[in-house]
Unconditional design. Structure first.
Lengths: 403, 386
């Protein structure tokens, strides 16, 4: 048993830290730290900077331009990047569609798409959920009918994240209704500029536009854009999920939120004393910190087992998803509670980076209040998306416990 | 980074597993708990042969020079087998205290005897009015012509009835709760003026309240620096807590295994009850609690020997608080999912649950340690802001 990082890993951490110090643009860092609204350009710019450093896709194999990081190196990078105030990389491209392409796509598909992903040229989004197919994803109905050199795609996808920015969407579509629902699904890559696609914003609980409905009205998709074999899409989708869930714990993000929470609770005052002197409030912070302390080690245990046994992460990552999502929710909730009645104002403009607060607001509200209530509401999504907590518990009880 | 146990640690666990299956099954354990001694003298001798009783001492004192993780590996099995022998009291707490603080002559005299299974010592550090506070010492140590005289009461001294010696904290200066002014004395079981009120504990062990009336102590029986003993006592108790965390891990693991097995075999409404989603999700929560418990027990095992008190306390209190809560959840749910079978004496589930509960009540419960952790958090946060 040895919880220390190796000398090489520590050196890597120092290298990452120095890089972030030098290369992370101050305006992006500041947006992340203050919880201001991000634009597509911020995320693309950061991806291009990472790409220039050779870190566009840390865990991709070198033959695809990746850095070939171990899971531990990727963890170190994620932790440092979150601490420094770097935005997240867009997982839909790098961690979701890319591994599927590497494992199941043709050489032509790989050669076209992967370089454009890693350099930040193409933005990808995901077309999985449908109005009638949420946790029961295999019941999806968006159809793709083969007509010569094309599929004709008709249907509706929903809960699509940031599709308003996307150049491409990877979709699960129904190509057969003959057998079990899982057996008639195919994995299709669709150009978002195709005629017949409509993107309709869904405004979420925090008043923001992060997700969409996407309508497909007789959209023509070249058969070359089928990944792998027709009707085998469910297999690829499950493969994708196992990759998506490797960063499920979100330890770096949670640590940053905990640090921020302590800063806020130290600077907010209550009866002339810092809020953190109130043991009732402080004990709630302590309680979440304990969960995070345990989860950090649990996460490292999973990563380390994956790397020493050279295997893909198993169903135990469901526990990381459950705990990580609960912890970030609790931290967001406490951040909001730390504000007291400053949680009430709803100032959409305050999330813009160039917002200038009115003098009366400047002294109590502006420092950290603007994003926190919205974040609390927004983070209710974390126990719902990517396999809800209940689905994760089903996975644990079936695949880990054998019930 | 590597979370695996070494070959030696795994082999040690395997030996203990076989020992439990062969010599310490549940029925045997139940009869031992009811016996006058309250544990197995034969098992104690076997632990000595296996080297377990000298595990955390340097080789020069008859030990194996083991680490906190070695202790964790052993304690996990102590939990699984619900072993009753006074391992934590004698080997981890008192032996550890002597190792860290005693004069060389005392170490040479006592540690090899502990390692050989010929000597037991119990820690008498808590008092009734002090609850979990080690600094609360009202017992007095008064200078005498030759040595000291101790007077006072010590409450719930674990494993006292079988102990040959006690390590007793007593105060020679300062107020009742001052950190300074506390010394630690090695007191013989048969010292004139020392009386014991012995009793069994809820989880099968033995304990006693101690009454000291003018007990004469030689100067060379003072352990560590006079009036400055609190830090070494706290460090030893932190190591005891780490050991209890690992014991709790062993129990949580065993309870989950038993409960899962029950869900897969118990039938109601014509099907196994494990097919019901309400119970599946509860079991998933218990699995998660066990994994998180393991992580916290690892933190405790690695940090327990730390020399920097603030860092060590933060880790130990964090682990004890978390495991107190997680173990309470697993214990209560294991009973619940076993239905009425969970509350009968003849099934091991109730015994596991009682032991987990008493672990929480020993050396500070979850609330006590959450408060300590929270106080440390306050100091850090204010320090970071200024």
């Amino acid at each position: 048993m040895n919880l220390n990082y190796t000398a090489a890993e520590e050196a890597f951490r120092a290298e990452v830290r120095a890089f972030l110090e030098a290369e992370l643009p101050a305006d992006i860092r500041s947006k992340v730290r203050l919880g201001r609204r991000m634009q597509k350009d911020d995320l693309v710019r950061w991806q291009k900077i990472l790409y220039r450093r050779g870190w566009g896709a840390g865990m991709w194999p070198q033959r695809y331009g990746g850095a070939d990081w171990s899971v531990v190196e990727q963890h170190i990078f994620d932790e440092e990047a979150a601490a420094a105030g770097a935005p997240p990389q867009i997982a839909f491209a790098l961690r979701m569609v890319a591994p599927v392409l590497m494992s199941f796509a043709t050489a032509a598909q790989q050669n076209y798409f992967l370089p454009r992903i890693i350099c930040g040229e193409d933005w990808w989004c995901q077309g999985y959920s449908e109005p009638g197919s949420g946790s029961d994803l295999a019941s999806l109905r968006t159809s793709a009918v083969r007509e010569g050199a094309h599929y004709r795609v008709t249907g509706q996808k929903t809960w699509n994240t940031l599709g308003q920015y996307a150049d491409w969407i990877f979709c699960l579509v129904r190509t057969s209704s003959d057998a079990r629902p899982q057996q008639g699904i195919s994995f299709l890559l669709i150009d978002m500029k195709s005629p017949g696609i409509t993107v309709r914003p869904i405004i979420t609980i925090d008043g923001e536009h992060e997700i969409n409905d996407i309508f497909f009205d007789n959209v023509q998709v070249p058969v070359e854009n089928l990944v792998g074999e027709e009707n085998k899409g469910w297999t690829y989708a499950k493969f994708l999920l196992s990759h998506e869930r490797t960063n499920n714990a979100g330890i770096g993000n949670c640590k940053r939120a905990l640090k921020r929470l302590k800063e806020i609770a130290t600077r907010q005052s209550q009866n002339g004393r810092p809020l953190i002197e109130d043991s009732r409030f402080r004990d709630r912070i302590a309680q979440v910190e304990l969960e995070l302390m345990a989860l950090e080690i649990t996460n490292l245990r999973v990563l380390s087992a994956v790397s020493t046994e050279s295997r893909a992460p198993g169903p135990e990552v469901s526990l990381l998803k459950i705990k990580g999502s609960e912890i970030i929710q609790q931290l967001a909730e406490l951040q909001m509670h730390a504000l007291g009645h400053d949680a009430l104002p709803y100032l959409r403009e305050a999330l813009e980076v160039d917002w200038v607060p009115a003098p009366l607001l400047a002294d109590h509200y502006a420092a950290f209040a603007p994003p926190l209530t919205g974040q609390y509401f927004n983070y209710r999504k974390t126990t719902i998306y990517a396999g809800s907590t209940e689905i994760q518990k089903n996975i644990i009880s079936k695949l880990v416990l054998g019930l | 980074m590597d979370f695996r146990l070494t070959e030696e640690q795994l082999a040690l666990q395997e030996t203990l597993r076989r020992f439990i299956a062969k010599d310490y099954n549940f029925e045997r354990r139940r009869s031992l708990a009811r016996s006058p001694l309250g544990y197995s003298a034969q098992a104690w001798a076997q632990y000595a042969e296996l080297g377990l009783l000298g595990l955390p001492y340097p080789e020069e004192f008859g030990g194996l020079g083991g680490s906190g993780v070695d202790i964790m590996a052993v304690m996990e099995l102590v939990g699984q087998g619900l072993l009753l022998e006074p391992y934590v009291s004698t080997v981890v707490l008192c032996g550890g205290l002597l190792r860290d603080a005693a004069a060389r002559a005392i170490k040479e005299a006592l540690l090899p005897q502990i390692a050989a299974g010929k000597l037991q010592i119990a820690l008498a550090a808590y008092e009734a009015a002090g609850r979990y506070e080690l600094a609360h010492v009202a017992s007095t140590a008064v200078r005498a012509a030759k040595g000291w005289r101790l007077t006072g009461r010590k409450s719930v001294v674990l494993d006292a009835p079988s102990a040959d010696y006690f390590l007793v904290s007593a105060r020679s200066s300062g107020k009742r709760t001052d950190a300074e002014g506390i010394s630690l004395f090695l007191v013989r079981r048969d010292a004139p003026g020392l009386t014991l009120q012995a009793y069994p504990t809820q989880s099968g062990g033995r304990a006693a309240d101690l009454h000291l009336q003018d007990v004469a102590i030689d100067d060379d029986a003072v352990i560590g620096a006079p009036e400055r003993a609190l830090p070494v006592i706290e460090r030893a108790v932190d190591q005891g807590i780490a050991a209890l965390c690992a014991e709790a891990l062993g129990i949580v693991t065993a309870l989950n295994e038993a409960t899962l097995n029950y869900l897969k075999t118990r039938k109601q409404f014509g099907t196994v009850i494990g097919s019901f989603q309400a119970l599946q999700h509860r079991m998933a929560d218990m699995f998660i609690a066990a994994e998180q418990t393991r992580s916290m027990a690892i933190i405790a095992a690695i940090q327990a020997a730390g020399d920097e008190p603030a860092t060590r306390r933060r880790a130990i209190s964090g682990a004890k608080a978390y495991i107190g809560q997680a173990a309470r959840f697993v214990g209560q749910q294991a009973v619940q999912l076993h239905g009425a079978m969970g509350v009968v004496d003849e099934l091991n589930v109730s015994h596991y649950f009682k032991r987990l509960t008493m672990i929480d009540m020993t050396f500070g419960d979850a609330d006590h340690h959450l408060a300590r952790f929270s106080d440390a958090l306050r100091v850090e946060a204010i320090g970071a802001a200024s």
